[in-house]
Structure formats: structure tokens, C-alpha cells
Design a protein around this ligand. Structure first.
Ligand SMILES: NC(=O)c1ccc[n+]([C@@H]2O[C@H](COP(=O)([O-])OP(=O)(O)OC[C@H]3O[C@@H](n4cnc5c(N)ncnc54)[C@H](O)[C@@H]3O)[C@@H](O)[C@H]2O)c1
Length: 399
């Protein structure tokens, strides 16, 4: 939740919560990481006088519908919002100042006449089908992570790619890692050639949860979730830096002793609370990506890389100065009144990147190909862990 979002939450939101009986959720990791990193000296300059008309779906445990600041952007009009839960829908409306509400995302997509784009912040299993439906209705789509969830949804990949291609609309996955200060800087340096090819990358998503359950979820989609089915915060430290992909993976997991992984679950009774993957990268290098939920840790979404010419560890570049001369490594300023938001000050940047992609006809940093490269590789990692670490090939994607 952003600084501004949090104030609104405590004001209008708290009244609605109290009225609705919705319990205030406990603090969730990532929602107190507001530092956007060093910002460029140049002030924000307007880039269009048009407004994108956006519909927002989902205000669940993480209140992600309101957390990305669409309601604050000068080039956005929030025309509609929705949540299946009427109280959450009302709360979302109060936070994003939507003109109209709908009882479901499907109805909003089918019936709202003023929409240009939707932001899908519903539960993870619902993202891909809602995204395809919205694209088929000629709408631009920003989706919360992951793009698809688990092996059962692999069948949606060609349908999603086809929908993006046919519609010609923007599809973006809101991977927060992509606009964390470290990942942003690594990407700018990589693009400028300051690393050469990456030889080795590490990405980690540490998020310890209590034995009987972690963060809640709609219809319990987080219960027993295989860690590498949620791989985007770690894998993003390679895919969102290089815009390249992983070609194969071997992964290992240790059966958890936590109660939440000992129960039966919808993910083939997944027993793993921690999974460590070793990927071969498209550049011929290696990437070790960890998703760890059942072991105590400091928490965090962290990445490092070692290239042929330089490395990036401890949140800083170490390499020859001449390679970074003139490289703009700082995040730009956002429009006045748009908060950078949480998860390393990434929310506002993802939202702004989506709006720029629509209005300026540019590719978003996390387009459908990067989204799938970031997400699907994790699914194969989990499948490898289930097979005791067998090396599996990872498919490539194109439009
Ligand atoms: N750092 C990150 O990138 C990050 C952090 C937190 C959450 N997330 C993602 O954000 C999304 C939301 O997370 P959450 O914890 O709030 O989810 P949640 O499961 O608590 O809530 C989902 C909400 O979506 C609503 N919903 C489901 N289907 C709908 C439909 N068809 N129409 C309208 N509303 C619908 C539900 O009523 C519920 O309120 C998830 O996909 C999660 O993976 C990403």
C-alpha cells in the first residue's frame, strides 16, 4: 500500500471496513518497502493530453486493485471497478474513485462501454482467463503476477499469445521486481553493455509464513502453493534485466515440516515450502533462483548478477567506470501526486509504464513474452523438483 493509499485506507477505507465487518489485514511483507531508490534530476514532463479509461478488478487481502495509483495518474480516468465481494467492491470504489461498479470482472469487461484498459488484481488462478477475455474485447491488459498459475494452466499459453497478437493491445504483467531500484539499475547497465553477457545470476524470494498458514487468499489459492509456481520475484532478476529467457532447469525441494504443507492441497499435494532452481540461461550462463517460504529469514526479494565485465552485488555496480559513463541509471520521476508505492517503490512505475505503452505505442518492460519467460520457467522448475531434480527443457515463446 502506498503512502497516499495508506492515508486513504485509514480514512475513508477504515470507515468502510468497520461498516462492512472486513477485518483489517496484518502487515504483509513487501508493503513497507517504499523507497524507490535514487531518482533522476529531471522533473516529470507530460507526454500526452489523452486519458486512458481504466477498469480495476480485485481488492483482496493485498488490496492490490487500489495500490498501483491508477487513480492518481494525470493520463488515467478510472471509470469502473469490481470485486466479487460487494463490500470489497465498495471499498475499492472509495479508494480509486471509480464512476461505476460491477459485480464481476467478466461483467465489467462485457458491459462497460467506456473502457480502454483493465487492471486485473484478482486471485492468481483467475488472471489468464480474464486477460484473454479482456484482450478479446479489445482492451489493454495489466495483470498482477503470475501470468498463469501452475501446470494446469500451461494450456492457456497459446491462447494468451494469440489474444495479444490478434488484438494488437498491450499486455503487461505487473512484476514488481522489474522496478525495484536494483533491478532497474541492473537493466539499464545491462542494456548499455556494462556487464557483457551475464554468466551467473542469483534471485531470491524469501517470505516466511507461520506453520499453519501464511497470507490469506480467495478460495485458498495460496494453500500449499508450490513455491516455484510463484517464481516471478526471483526470476525477474534475470528476465526483467536482460529480457532473455531460461532454456532448461533442474530444481530441488525439501518436503516441509510445516503444517500447511502436510495437509492435502490442490497442487498434487505439493509437499515443498522451499524450492531452489538452477536454470540454464539463453546466454549460456547459469541462474540460481530461490523461493523460500517455510524457513525463517530476513525476508525480501533480492538479486545479484555477475557478468563477463562487471558484477552487481550489495545493491551496487562494481566494474570499470568507462562502461557506465553517461548511462542513466536512476529511476525517472513520476507525475506529481503519483506515489512510487510499495515493493521497492515499484507500483507507480509499473502503472506508468503501462499507460505510456498504451499512449506512446511502446513495449512495456514486462510484456507478454517477458511475463511468460518469468512465470512458466518456474512451473517447469517445480515439475523438476517433483521428479527429484530431473533436467527439463523450458519452451520459448513468440508472437
Ligand atoms: N509483489 C507482487 O507483485 C504481489 C504482491 C501481492 C499480491 N500480488 C498478486 O496480486 C493479486 C491479488 O492478491 P491478493 O492477495 O489481494 O488476492 P486475494 O486472493 O486475497 O483476492 C482476490 C480478490 O479478487 C476478487 N475476485 C476474484 N475473481 C474475481 C472476478 N472474476 N471479478 C471480480 N473480482 C474477483 C476476490 O473477490 C478477491 O477479493 C494476486 O494475483 C497476487 O498474486 C502480487
Amino acid at each position: 500500500m502506498s503512502g497516499i493509499g495508506r492515508r486513504e485506507f485509514i480514512g475513508a477505507g477504515a470507515a468502510l471496513l468497520a461498516a462492512s465487518g472486513l477485518a483489517q489485514e496484518k502487515k504483509i511483507q513487501g508493503f513497507d518497502e517504499k523507497d524507490p531508490g535514487a531518482l533522476a534530476d529531471e522533473a516529470w514532463t507530460p507526454f500526452s493530453d489523452r486519458k486512458v479509461r481504466v477498469g480495476i478488478a480485485g481488492e483482496g487481502v493485498c488490496a492490490f486493485g487500489s495500490a498501483f495509483g491508477f487513480q492518481n495518474h494525470p493520463n488515467v480516468e478510472v471509470v469502473a471497478c469490481t470485486d466479487l465481494d460487494p463490500e470489497r467492491c465498495k471499498l475499492l470504489q472509495s479508494r480509486v474513485k471509480a464512476k461505476r461498479t460491477y459485480p464481476s470482472c467478466q461483467e465489467m469487461i462485457a458491459k462497460e462501454k467506456e473502457l480502454d484498459a483493465v487492471y486485473i488484481a484478482t486471485d492468481a488462478p483467475s488472471h489468464v482467463e480474464l486477460a484473454i477475455m479482456a484482450l478479446d474485447h479489445g482492451l489493454h491488459v495489466a495483470s498482477a503476477v503470475p501470468a498463469i498459475l501452475g501446470r494446469e494452466q500451461l494450456e492457456f499459453i497459446p491462447k494468451l499469445l494469440e489474444a495479444v497478437k490478434r488484438s494488437g493491445k498491450v499486455y503487461q504483467m505487473n512484476e514488481t521486481t522489474a522496478f525495484r531500484p536494483q533491478c532497474f539499475e541492473m537493466r539499464k547497465l545491462y542494456e548499455a553493455g556494462a556487464f557483457g553477457e551475464l554468466v551467473y545470476t542469483e534471485g531470491e524470494y524469501w517470505h516466511y509464513g507461520p506453520s499453519t498458514g501464511g497470507v490469506g487468499s480467495y478460495n485458498g489459492w495460496r494453500n500449499g502453493l508450490p513455491p516455484q509456481y510463484y517464481p516471478t520475484h526471483s526470476n525477474g532478476f534475470y528476465t526483467c534485466v536482460t529480457h532473455k529467457r531460461f532454456t532448461e532447469v533442474t530444481c530441488m525441494g525439501k518436503p516441509s515440516t510445516q503444517v500447511r504443507y502436510l495437509r492435502s492441497n490442490r497442487y498434487d499435494n505439493n509437499p515443498f515450502g522451499t524450492e531452489i532452481a538452477l536454470f540454464r540461461t539463453e546466454e549460456g550462463g547459469m541462474a540460481r533462483m530461490a523461493v523460500c517460504w517455510d524457513i525463517p529469514s530476513d525476508g525480501g526479494e533480492i538479486g545479484r548478477c555477475w557478468g563477463q565485465k562487471a558484477f552487481y552485488t550489495k545493491d551496487r555496480y562494481a566494474g570499470p567506470n568507462e562502461l557506465v559513463k553517461g548511462v542513466q541509471r536512476k529511476k525517472p520521476n513520476l507525475p506529481p501526486g503519483v506515489p512510487a508505492g510499495d515493493h521497492g517503490g515499484s507500483h507507480g512505475y509499473l502503472m506508468d509504464d503501462f499507460i505510456r505503452a498504451i499512449l506512446l505505442g511502446k513495449k512495456p518492460e514486462v510484456d507478454v513474452i517477458t511475463a511468460l519467460n518469468t512465470t512458466v520457467s518456474g512451473i517447469y522448475a517445480h515439475l523438476s523438483a517433483v521428479k527429484g531434480g530431473e533436467t527439463l527443457k523450458i519452451p520459448s515463446f513468440s508472437l
